[in-house]
Design a protein around this ligand. Structure first.
Ligand code: PEP
Ligand code: MN
Length: 338
Protein backbone atom coordinates (compact mmCIF):
# COMPACT_ATOMS: atom_id res chain seq x y z
CA UNK A 1 0.00 0.00 0.00
CA UNK A 2 1.14 3.55 -0.71
CA UNK A 3 0.16 6.71 1.16
CA UNK A 4 0.20 9.68 -1.22
CA UNK A 5 1.27 12.86 0.54
CA UNK A 6 -0.42 16.19 0.09
CA UNK A 7 1.80 18.93 -1.40
CA UNK A 8 1.17 20.86 1.84
CA UNK A 9 2.25 17.95 4.06
CA UNK A 10 4.77 19.41 6.51
CA UNK A 11 7.38 17.73 8.70
CA UNK A 12 5.02 17.48 11.68
CA UNK A 13 2.34 15.81 9.53
CA UNK A 14 4.94 13.41 8.14
CA UNK A 15 6.21 12.47 11.58
CA UNK A 16 2.61 11.77 12.64
CA UNK A 17 2.02 9.52 9.63
CA UNK A 18 5.25 7.59 10.19
CA UNK A 19 4.39 7.20 13.85
CA UNK A 20 1.03 5.57 13.05
CA UNK A 21 2.75 3.21 10.58
CA UNK A 22 5.44 2.23 13.07
CA UNK A 23 2.88 1.72 15.84
CA UNK A 24 1.26 -0.86 13.56
CA UNK A 25 4.65 -2.64 13.53
CA UNK A 26 5.40 -1.75 9.90
CA UNK A 27 8.14 0.07 8.01
CA UNK A 28 7.58 3.34 6.17
CA UNK A 29 9.52 3.91 2.95
CA UNK A 30 9.54 7.50 1.83
CA UNK A 31 9.75 7.80 -1.94
CA UNK A 32 10.16 10.71 -4.33
CA UNK A 33 7.71 10.16 -7.16
CA UNK A 34 7.05 12.34 -10.21
CA UNK A 35 3.55 12.98 -8.85
CA UNK A 36 4.88 14.02 -5.43
CA UNK A 37 6.21 12.45 -2.28
CA UNK A 38 4.68 9.18 -1.10
CA UNK A 39 5.20 6.55 1.57
CA UNK A 40 5.32 2.87 0.74
CA UNK A 41 4.01 0.60 3.49
CA UNK A 42 4.64 -3.06 2.73
CA UNK A 43 2.17 -5.36 4.44
CA UNK A 44 -0.33 -2.62 5.44
CA UNK A 45 -3.85 -3.70 6.45
CA UNK A 46 -7.22 -2.20 5.49
CA UNK A 47 -7.66 -0.72 8.96
CA UNK A 48 -4.29 1.02 8.80
CA UNK A 49 -5.31 2.44 5.42
CA UNK A 50 -8.47 3.83 6.97
CA UNK A 51 -6.53 5.35 9.88
CA UNK A 52 -3.97 6.97 7.57
CA UNK A 53 -6.62 8.40 5.29
CA UNK A 54 -7.87 10.54 8.20
CA UNK A 55 -4.47 12.06 8.96
CA UNK A 56 -3.48 15.58 7.88
CA UNK A 57 -0.90 15.47 5.11
CA UNK A 58 -2.32 12.35 3.46
CA UNK A 59 -3.81 13.02 0.01
CA UNK A 60 -4.96 9.49 -0.60
CA UNK A 61 -4.19 5.81 -0.35
CA UNK A 62 -3.09 3.70 -3.28
CA UNK A 63 -4.06 0.07 -2.82
CA UNK A 64 -1.29 -1.53 -4.75
CA UNK A 65 -2.16 -4.87 -6.17
CA UNK A 66 1.06 -5.13 -8.15
CA UNK A 67 0.93 -8.43 -9.94
CA UNK A 68 4.72 -8.35 -9.65
CA UNK A 69 4.74 -8.11 -5.88
CA UNK A 70 8.20 -9.64 -5.40
CA UNK A 71 10.10 -7.38 -7.78
CA UNK A 72 8.07 -4.30 -6.90
CA UNK A 73 9.84 -1.49 -5.08
CA UNK A 74 7.29 -2.02 -2.37
CA UNK A 75 8.01 -5.71 -1.86
CA UNK A 76 7.95 -6.56 1.83
CA UNK A 77 11.49 -7.99 1.68
CA UNK A 78 14.40 -5.54 1.56
CA UNK A 79 15.94 -5.55 -1.91
CA UNK A 80 18.84 -7.87 -2.36
CA UNK A 81 21.28 -6.50 -4.91
CA UNK A 82 22.70 -9.10 -7.28
CA UNK A 83 26.41 -9.79 -7.02
CA UNK A 84 28.82 -11.53 -9.35
CA UNK A 85 31.88 -12.20 -7.22
CA UNK A 86 33.08 -8.80 -6.08
CA UNK A 87 30.85 -7.00 -8.60
CA UNK A 88 27.77 -5.41 -7.15
CA UNK A 89 24.87 -4.42 -9.43
CA UNK A 90 22.79 -1.46 -8.33
CA UNK A 91 25.40 0.14 -6.07
CA UNK A 92 27.16 3.48 -6.62
CA UNK A 93 29.63 1.87 -9.05
CA UNK A 94 28.33 1.13 -12.53
CA UNK A 95 28.92 -2.31 -14.03
CA UNK A 96 30.19 -2.27 -17.61
CA UNK A 97 30.07 -5.55 -19.52
CA UNK A 98 31.69 -5.93 -22.92
CA UNK A 99 32.82 -8.53 -25.41
CA UNK A 100 31.78 -9.93 -28.76
CA UNK A 101 28.25 -10.89 -29.74
CA UNK A 102 29.43 -14.48 -30.18
CA UNK A 103 32.39 -16.60 -29.19
CA UNK A 104 33.93 -17.49 -32.56
CA UNK A 105 37.31 -19.07 -31.78
CA UNK A 106 39.84 -19.41 -28.99
CA UNK A 107 41.97 -16.65 -30.47
CA UNK A 108 39.05 -14.25 -31.00
CA UNK A 109 37.58 -14.55 -27.51
CA UNK A 110 40.96 -14.39 -25.78
CA UNK A 111 41.88 -11.25 -27.71
CA UNK A 112 38.47 -9.74 -26.94
CA UNK A 113 38.88 -10.59 -23.24
CA UNK A 114 42.31 -8.94 -23.11
CA UNK A 115 40.99 -5.84 -24.85
CA UNK A 116 37.92 -5.63 -22.65
CA UNK A 117 40.11 -5.96 -19.58
CA UNK A 118 42.52 -3.30 -20.84
CA UNK A 119 39.60 -0.93 -21.47
CA UNK A 120 38.60 -1.31 -17.81
CA UNK A 121 35.28 -3.16 -18.00
CA UNK A 122 34.07 -5.38 -15.15
CA UNK A 123 32.65 -8.38 -17.02
CA UNK A 124 33.12 -10.24 -20.29
CA UNK A 125 30.24 -11.21 -22.58
CA UNK A 126 30.12 -13.69 -25.48
CA UNK A 127 27.35 -15.89 -26.86
CA UNK A 128 27.84 -19.63 -27.28
CA UNK A 129 24.18 -20.41 -28.01
CA UNK A 130 22.98 -17.73 -30.41
CA UNK A 131 19.26 -17.19 -31.06
CA UNK A 132 19.46 -16.19 -34.75
CA UNK A 133 16.55 -15.01 -36.87
CA UNK A 134 17.73 -17.16 -39.78
CA UNK A 135 18.50 -20.85 -39.38
CA UNK A 136 21.34 -20.34 -41.89
CA UNK A 137 23.16 -17.74 -39.75
CA UNK A 138 26.01 -18.68 -37.39
CA UNK A 139 24.36 -20.36 -34.41
CA UNK A 140 27.28 -20.19 -32.00
CA UNK A 141 29.85 -22.79 -30.98
CA UNK A 142 27.58 -24.33 -28.32
CA UNK A 143 29.30 -26.17 -25.45
CA UNK A 144 32.75 -25.57 -26.95
CA UNK A 145 32.01 -21.84 -26.94
CA UNK A 146 31.11 -21.95 -23.24
CA UNK A 147 34.43 -23.53 -22.45
CA UNK A 148 36.38 -20.97 -24.51
CA UNK A 149 34.50 -18.09 -22.90
CA UNK A 150 35.12 -19.36 -19.37
CA UNK A 151 38.83 -19.88 -20.15
CA UNK A 152 39.19 -16.41 -21.65
CA UNK A 153 37.42 -14.81 -18.69
CA UNK A 154 39.57 -16.69 -16.25
CA UNK A 155 42.80 -15.85 -18.04
CA UNK A 156 42.15 -12.09 -17.76
CA UNK A 157 40.31 -12.20 -14.43
CA UNK A 158 36.85 -11.13 -15.68
CA UNK A 159 33.63 -12.95 -14.76
CA UNK A 160 31.52 -13.96 -17.76
CA UNK A 161 27.90 -13.68 -18.85
CA UNK A 162 26.43 -15.74 -21.67
CA UNK A 163 23.01 -16.52 -23.05
CA UNK A 164 21.01 -19.67 -22.41
CA UNK A 165 18.22 -20.38 -24.90
CA UNK A 166 17.03 -23.84 -23.89
CA UNK A 167 15.75 -24.83 -20.43
CA UNK A 168 17.61 -28.13 -20.88
CA UNK A 169 20.93 -26.25 -21.12
CA UNK A 170 20.58 -24.18 -17.96
CA UNK A 171 22.69 -26.49 -15.83
CA UNK A 172 25.38 -26.77 -18.49
CA UNK A 173 25.60 -23.00 -19.03
CA UNK A 174 25.63 -22.38 -15.27
CA UNK A 175 28.70 -24.63 -14.97
CA UNK A 176 30.70 -22.17 -17.12
CA UNK A 177 29.02 -18.78 -16.64
CA UNK A 178 29.04 -16.43 -13.68
CA UNK A 179 25.77 -14.90 -14.87
CA UNK A 180 23.17 -16.29 -17.28
CA UNK A 181 21.56 -14.12 -19.91
CA UNK A 182 17.99 -14.54 -21.10
CA UNK A 183 17.72 -12.84 -24.47
CA UNK A 184 14.99 -10.61 -25.84
CA UNK A 185 13.50 -13.44 -27.89
CA UNK A 186 13.13 -15.60 -24.79
CA UNK A 187 11.86 -13.04 -22.29
CA UNK A 188 8.53 -14.85 -22.21
CA UNK A 189 9.87 -18.38 -22.50
CA UNK A 190 8.22 -19.34 -19.25
CA UNK A 191 9.89 -22.74 -18.91
CA UNK A 192 13.27 -21.04 -19.30
CA UNK A 193 12.31 -18.40 -16.70
CA UNK A 194 11.27 -21.17 -14.30
CA UNK A 195 14.49 -23.07 -14.93
CA UNK A 196 16.73 -20.10 -14.09
CA UNK A 197 14.49 -19.36 -11.11
CA UNK A 198 15.82 -22.52 -9.52
CA UNK A 199 19.38 -21.41 -10.06
CA UNK A 200 21.79 -20.05 -7.47
CA UNK A 201 23.37 -17.68 -10.03
CA UNK A 202 22.46 -14.17 -11.17
CA UNK A 203 20.38 -13.71 -14.29
CA UNK A 204 20.54 -10.91 -16.85
CA UNK A 205 17.02 -10.61 -18.24
CA UNK A 206 16.65 -8.64 -21.45
CA UNK A 207 13.46 -6.88 -22.42
CA UNK A 208 11.56 -8.55 -25.25
CA UNK A 209 11.60 -6.47 -28.42
CA UNK A 210 7.80 -6.15 -28.32
CA UNK A 211 7.22 -6.35 -24.60
CA UNK A 212 5.58 -3.81 -22.34
CA UNK A 213 7.33 -2.88 -19.11
CA UNK A 214 4.63 -4.73 -17.19
CA UNK A 215 5.33 -7.91 -19.17
CA UNK A 216 9.04 -7.36 -18.54
CA UNK A 217 8.51 -7.07 -14.78
CA UNK A 218 6.23 -10.10 -14.78
CA UNK A 219 8.94 -12.11 -16.54
CA UNK A 220 11.37 -11.08 -13.78
CA UNK A 221 8.70 -12.02 -11.23
CA UNK A 222 8.74 -15.59 -12.63
CA UNK A 223 12.45 -15.88 -11.81
CA UNK A 224 12.16 -14.33 -8.35
CA UNK A 225 9.04 -16.36 -7.54
CA UNK A 226 11.06 -19.46 -8.45
CA UNK A 227 13.50 -18.60 -5.65
CA UNK A 228 16.21 -16.64 -7.47
CA UNK A 229 16.16 -12.95 -6.53
CA UNK A 230 19.45 -12.19 -8.30
CA UNK A 231 17.95 -10.60 -11.39
CA UNK A 232 19.29 -7.66 -13.40
CA UNK A 233 17.01 -6.12 -16.03
CA UNK A 234 18.32 -4.92 -19.39
CA UNK A 235 16.67 -2.40 -21.72
CA UNK A 236 17.85 -3.29 -25.25
CA UNK A 237 15.47 -1.40 -27.49
CA UNK A 238 12.04 -2.15 -28.84
CA UNK A 239 10.61 -2.49 -32.36
CA UNK A 240 9.22 0.54 -34.10
CA UNK A 241 8.04 1.62 -37.54
CA UNK A 242 11.36 3.30 -38.30
CA UNK A 243 14.04 1.17 -39.90
CA UNK A 244 16.70 3.88 -39.49
CA UNK A 245 17.96 1.98 -36.45
CA UNK A 246 17.70 -1.71 -35.52
CA UNK A 247 15.37 -0.88 -32.62
CA UNK A 248 14.35 2.22 -30.68
CA UNK A 249 16.23 2.64 -27.42
CA UNK A 250 13.57 3.26 -24.79
CA UNK A 251 15.45 5.59 -22.47
CA UNK A 252 12.24 6.31 -20.54
CA UNK A 253 12.12 2.67 -19.50
CA UNK A 254 15.17 3.15 -17.28
CA UNK A 255 13.82 5.69 -14.76
CA UNK A 256 10.36 4.14 -15.02
CA UNK A 257 11.62 0.66 -14.19
CA UNK A 258 13.66 2.07 -11.34
CA UNK A 259 10.52 3.67 -9.93
CA UNK A 260 8.66 0.37 -10.13
CA UNK A 261 11.24 -2.21 -9.08
CA UNK A 262 14.15 -2.71 -6.72
CA UNK A 263 15.98 -4.75 -9.39
CA UNK A 264 19.01 -3.10 -11.03
CA UNK A 265 18.54 -1.95 -14.63
CA UNK A 266 21.30 -1.89 -17.22
CA UNK A 267 21.22 -0.90 -20.89
CA UNK A 268 22.35 -2.56 -24.11
CA UNK A 269 23.03 0.25 -26.58
CA UNK A 270 24.40 -2.19 -29.21
CA UNK A 271 21.23 -4.14 -29.94
CA UNK A 272 19.18 -1.00 -29.30
CA UNK A 273 20.56 0.91 -32.27
CA UNK A 274 22.51 -1.61 -34.35
CA UNK A 275 24.94 1.08 -35.58
CA UNK A 276 28.44 1.35 -34.10
CA UNK A 277 28.70 5.15 -34.30
CA UNK A 278 25.55 5.58 -32.21
CA UNK A 279 26.58 3.22 -29.41
CA UNK A 280 28.65 5.70 -27.34
CA UNK A 281 25.86 8.30 -27.45
CA UNK A 282 23.19 5.84 -26.33
CA UNK A 283 25.54 4.48 -23.65
CA UNK A 284 25.95 7.93 -22.12
CA UNK A 285 22.22 8.66 -22.40
CA UNK A 286 21.45 5.44 -20.52
CA UNK A 287 23.81 6.32 -17.69
CA UNK A 288 22.45 9.85 -17.49
CA UNK A 289 18.96 8.34 -17.20
CA UNK A 290 20.02 6.27 -14.20
CA UNK A 291 21.12 2.91 -15.63
CA UNK A 292 23.16 0.74 -13.27
CA UNK A 293 25.48 -0.37 -16.05
CA UNK A 294 25.90 -1.26 -19.71
CA UNK A 295 26.40 -4.33 -21.86
CA UNK A 296 28.22 -3.28 -25.03
CA UNK A 297 29.36 -5.43 -27.94
CA UNK A 298 33.05 -5.14 -28.88
CA UNK A 299 34.94 -7.29 -31.39
CA UNK A 300 38.71 -7.34 -32.02
CA UNK A 301 37.94 -7.06 -35.77
CA UNK A 302 34.24 -6.13 -36.22
CA UNK A 303 34.42 -6.36 -40.04
CA UNK A 304 35.16 -10.09 -39.65
CA UNK A 305 32.53 -10.78 -36.97
CA UNK A 306 30.22 -13.74 -37.54
CA UNK A 307 27.35 -11.82 -35.94
CA UNK A 308 26.49 -8.20 -35.16
CA UNK A 309 29.72 -6.72 -36.56
CA UNK A 310 27.99 -3.50 -37.64
CA UNK A 311 27.06 -2.61 -34.09
CA UNK A 312 30.23 -3.88 -32.40
CA UNK A 313 32.71 -1.32 -31.14
CA UNK A 314 36.36 -1.71 -32.08
CA UNK A 315 38.70 -2.15 -29.09
CA UNK A 316 39.79 1.48 -29.44
CA UNK A 317 36.13 2.54 -29.65
CA UNK A 318 35.52 0.77 -26.34
CA UNK A 319 38.53 2.54 -24.82
CA UNK A 320 37.20 5.87 -25.95
CA UNK A 321 33.73 5.11 -24.61
CA UNK A 322 35.14 4.05 -21.25
CA UNK A 323 37.11 7.29 -21.00
CA UNK A 324 33.95 9.31 -21.59
CA UNK A 325 31.84 7.59 -18.94
CA UNK A 326 33.21 8.89 -15.61
CA UNK A 327 32.07 12.46 -16.31
CA UNK A 328 28.51 11.36 -17.11
CA UNK A 329 28.43 8.94 -14.18
CA UNK A 330 29.71 11.66 -11.85
CA UNK A 331 27.02 14.06 -13.01
CA UNK A 332 24.34 11.65 -11.76
CA UNK A 333 26.10 10.62 -8.57
CA UNK A 334 27.59 7.35 -9.84
CA UNK A 335 31.13 6.08 -10.40
CA UNK A 336 33.05 3.90 -12.81
CA UNK A 337 35.29 1.46 -10.98
CA UNK A 338 38.91 2.62 -11.43
C1 PEP B 1 22.86 -10.64 -27.51
O1 PEP B 1 23.07 -10.09 -26.42
O2 PEP B 1 23.77 -11.05 -28.25
C2 PEP B 1 21.47 -10.74 -28.01
C3 PEP B 1 21.11 -11.69 -28.86
O3 PEP B 1 20.68 -9.77 -27.53
P1 PEP B 1 19.08 -9.63 -27.58
O4 PEP B 1 18.53 -10.85 -26.94
O5 PEP B 1 18.85 -8.38 -26.79
O6 PEP B 1 18.71 -9.48 -29.02
MN1 MN C 1 24.50 -9.56 -30.61
Amino acid sequence: MIALLHPACNLRHKAGIIDVIQQAGLRARIEEHHEGERIGIPGASESLAEALEQLPGVRGILHQKASYGLVSRFASEAPNHPRVGAIHFGGPELVIISGPCAVESEEQILLAAQMARAAGVQMLRGGAFKPRTSPYSFQGLGPAGLELLAQAGESVGLPVVTEVVDPGDVELVARYADMLQIGARNMQNFSLLRAVGELGKPVLLKRGMMSTLKEFLLAAEYIVAGGNSEVVLCERGIRSFDSATRNIFDVTAIPLLKQETHLPVIADPSHACGIRSLVPHISRAAIAAGADGLIVEMHPAPEQALSDGAQSLTPSGLNELMRSLPAVAGAVGRRISP
